[in-house]
Design a protein. Sequence first.
Length: 154
Amino acid sequence: MSKKPPYNENAAIRGAIRRTFSRSPIIREILQKVRREVPRFRKDGTRALKDAVQYQCQTCKNYVGSTHISVDHIIPVIPPEGFTDWNTFVDRLFCGPENLAPICEECHQKKTNAERQARQKIKDTETLALLRTKTNLDAKELKLMKRLTKKLTP
C-alpha cells in the first residue's frame, strides 16, 4: 500500500480557487457555444425523452460527451517559468472568454503534458546552471549533473 503524500496547503488552495472558476458563468457561456443535442434511442429502438448533449473540441473538432470536455486556458494559468504569486494566479485564472477554449480530454492531456515538459526543461536548465557554478560536488550532485546534461542535450 502506497504512502499518502503529506498535506499540501498551497495545492488545496489552488484546487479550491480552480473549482470556483470552473463553476463561473464564463465556463457555461463557452460550452453553450459548442453544444449540440443528438437523438438518443432506447434498447428497443424507441426514442428517449431527452436528447444526448455533445460538445465540440476546438482543437480536433470532434464531438464528445459532457464528461469528456474541458474549458482550457489558451495562455496557461501557470507560466512556463512556474508559479509566481497568488494575485497573478487569480488574475490569469479568472480571464475573459477570449483566453478560453473547449477541448476534449485527449487534446487537453497533450497540451498539459507539453506545458509540463516546458516547465520541467526550464527547471532542469536552472538546476544544471547552479550545479556548474559549484566547485565541490558530492557524488549525488555529480550524478544529477550527468543526468541533466544527458537529458538536455539534443
